[in-house]
Write a protein that binds this ligand. Sequence first.
Ligand SMILES: [Zn+2]
Length: 112
Amino acid sequence: MRLFAGTPFDRPPHCDRCGKPEEECQCPPEPPPCVPPGKQTARVSVEKRKHGRLMTIVRGLAASDNDLPDLLKQLKNACGAGGTIDEDLIEIQGDQAERVRSTLSKIGYRVK
Ligand SMILES: [Zn+2]
């Protein structure tokens, strides 16, 4: 049970810009982050997880400087694989280092 249940404070979150509930908000997405991809270096590695599963890990792209959910979407599309975000890490299932590297450099990131 929430603290303010039943009071005027018990409302769904509202958009800061238009004041509508977030479900109805039609505001354009936030402007892109201010650190350009060309100033960032992504480190791509393949690691073995339990049960011998391989995961492709992207390090070095800070969540505060990048739209990681959007990046994850692009990587998943490029690889045809699932993936998750763990704070500043992006994880793609399988050994996808080649595709992840080429997708990141197409966007403009420097890749190691
Ligand atoms: Zn809005």
